[in-house]
Write a protein that binds this ligand. Sequence first.
Ligand SMILES: [Zn+2]
Length: 382
Amino acid sequence: VQVLTKATHGQTRQYNERLVLRTVYDLGPISRADIARRTHLTRTTVSDVIGGLLEQGLVEESGRGPSSGGKAPILLRFVADSRHVIGLDLGEETFSGALANLRGQVSHQVELPVGGRDGADALALVYRLVDQLVEQAGVIRWAVNLDWQDLPLASLLTERYRLPAHVANDSQAAALGEYAFGDRVRTPNLVAIKVGRGVGAGIVLGGQLFQGDSHGAGEIGHIFTVDDGAACRCGRFGCLETVTSAPAIVREARALAVGTPGSLLHRASLRQGDLTLDDVRVALDADDPVACAIVLRSARFLGRAIAGLIGTLDVHRVVLHGSVTAFGATWLDAVREEATRRALPLLSSRTEIDIVTISSGVVLLGASAMLMTNELGLSLTR
Ligand SMILES: [Zn+2]
């Protein structure tokens, strides 16, 4: 009984601490009295918790606010530089890492080419990346990493650097990045979909990343989409990825270019051999009908998948990122149109589908956001 009571007390304290910290993060500079009003905690509890946060350096006093009759209250604000986090984005060709403060401001960024390394060599490269960033930071409190499936990277990093580490895939990290540091007013729920080499969604519900029972939530790239479809890298056929990903679009363009002698794609393929995603974009921008047809078809399949997410989750905000978003308005409009057409109007009419507002490094920033959520409880919900 004693143990239980203590645990509960500890949990309450942590809960209060996170609530107060979040309030200062979102609303500071703010007085102790205002924090108490906002959080419905007693003023004694707030003062007590603030004392602890001041000691940890997470908040600081920042002058006095306007007086409402009596003595002007002391204001408190969040110290963004009190901790630094390392975000890693371990892609297929490049490992990149960033050092960011708790407002997501990046002070250092390092990129190392993978050059075909795998296994122990790839791990050594990760260590080199983290070492370089640690050097820049001086004192680091937490580290985080992303998108690593072959090794228990989180525990390896935790052991080596004696720092907590968390793992998510790049779609999940990007969702948190946009949620936490995006330009727009925060909504509690958000889905971010990556459409690049692969296709995947990150789902934020109630300010928290939803990872599912085995961290696989949002793996929409392998939802069955087309009968008699192409082979997918997962070993099955006709997955969403086989019709909407960058490689799928390029494959389709190469196939159609051969039989359409008048098209820009055909001319581009004659000029330079194999077509790239950028060739398709250039042809699309020049209103080439073959390129238009390819891009619109793939956009519609994506729109249909989004309609499914809207129907399942009732989210009002869906953001898209990844190399395929380079197709711009033509592609985006087709995605929107199809999503609206295929979802219940009551739900889809309130959903906005956009390209992410963070143009670069959304995955790296998401890594920082994940750490803030997991380690400081800055789940960033209002
Ligand atoms: Zn698949």
